[in-house]
Design a binder for this molecule. Structure first.
Ligand SMILES: C[S@@+](CC[C@H](N)C(=O)[O-])C[C@H]1O[C@@H](n2cnc3c(N)ncnc32)[C@H](O)[C@@H]1O
Length: 347
């Protein structure tokens, strides 16, 4: 039998652990971000390349123009850091510095509030440089490149915040975007002229020929599909890509449960259900969008999904070669996966 003294010691230790972590739905402790699974410090090839196109004088002209809020943010950044350069690029678009945004290849068109967009305001001006960095940094880490003049598709592009920066960075690429949200696609077609956009269906197939893209990327798309849609669209990506073509996608996984739990962004009861389901089947799904849908997109297989690496491996192989799996690499939350189309049976 455990003595009262040892019991008191154990209780004190347990309290210390709980204080340094987050009590989970199972009464266990999820470690706080002191020891997260994610790895920091991805390269920023897009930020660096776009920044190098801008003149130093451009930034001297920037400071007097900033709003108080934007100046407060700007002055606490470390000069020369990736975040400082990226912010300078966004601000040069937002504040219309003569020529600088254009030299970087970024454009100022901004979706109005009734058009779907995942980011708004000064730090979204010109598009998502962060996500373009994420795409090219993870491709680089995987040791692969999109060939010169390649055709790329931003699958689930909304109003184009990512593909517009990809086009600014790699002017040689033939850029396409698709999304079921008609308003977002209409706006993108009218405002981002160097890119082709199309409305896509909720279920495959897309109206594109097989083997027609060298690379598809999908930011925060497999983080929403239910298991049937996730499986069907994976097969459709295989059809759309050229042999050896690259698919970069992001998922919610175990790290996202830790992220949402530690920040208390989701109800404990939902995270408990997700974990139970992930441990049992590899897949957790929360139907998030209710009767109004996601900006009008009503689909029982579109909600918030959590995919274990095991589920992904079992569904992606052997048709795909897994080139990279990086936990919580997208905004400290979603996992990033890079797959290469294989043709099973071929050498
Ligand atoms: C979380 S947003 C991400 C948008 C974009 N990738 C970005 O990062 O800005 C999810 C997008 O997926 C779109 N979507 C909904 N159902 C889809 C489907 N079946 N196939 C492709 N995209 C879908 C939504 O309309 C929305 O624009």
């Amino acid at each position: 039998m455990i003595s009262p003294k040892r019991m008191r010691g154990a209780m004190r230790r347990a309290r210390r652990i709980v204080a340094s972590g987050v009590e989970s739905t199972f009464g266990m402790v999820l470690p706080m971000s002191r020891s997260p699974l994610h790895r920091e410090g991805l390269p920023a090839p897009v930020t660096n390349a776009l920044f190098s196109r801008i003149e130093v004088d451009d930034f001297e002209a920037l400071s007097p123009r900033l709003s108080d809020e934007d100046r407060a943010y700007w002055t606490q950044l470390e000069p020369g850091s990736v975040n400082w350069k990226r912010t300078a690029l966004h601000y040069s678009v937002r504040y219309g510095l003569e020529g600088s945004g254009a030299r970087a290849g970024l454009t100022a068109a901004e979706p109005p509030s009734d058009v779907h967009a995942m980011g708004r305001g000064s730090l979204a001006a010109g598009g998502s440089i962060y996500h373009a960095d994420l795409i090219f940094a993870t491709l680089e880490l995987a040791g692969v490149e999109i060939p010169i003049g390649g055709r790329v598709l931003d699958f689930g592009c909304s109003s184009g915040r990512v593909i517009r920066v990809v086009k600014a960075y790699r002017r040689d690429l033939e850029c396409h975007g698709c999304d079921p949200n008609e308003g977002a696609i209409r706006w993108a077609n009218e405002n981002l002229p160097d890119i082709s956009f199309m409305v896509s269906p909720q279920r495959p197939p897309l109206a594109s020929d097989g083997s027609s893209f060298e690379c598809v990327f999908a930011i925060s798309i497999w983080s929403h599909f239910g298991p049937e849609a996730a499986t069907a669209w994976l097969a459709e990506m295989h059809r759309l890509l050229t042999p050896g073509g690259l698919l970069m996608l992001t998922t919610h996984s175990f790290g996202s449960v830790a992220y949402y739990a530690s920040k208390r962004l989701r109800p404990v009861v939902d995270m408990r259900a997700v974990l139970t389901s992930m441990l049992g089947t590899g897949f957790g799904f929360l139907p998030m969008f209710g009767t109004k849908g996601d900006w009008g997109i009503i689909d029982p297989d579109w909600g918030e999904s959590y995919i274990s690496p095991e589920w992904l491996l079992n569904h992606a192989t052997p048709q795909w070669e897994v080139l990279l799996y990086r936990t919580r690499a997208n905004e400290d939350n979603q996992d990033v996966v890079i797959l290469r189309r294989r043709d099973v049976g071929s050498p």
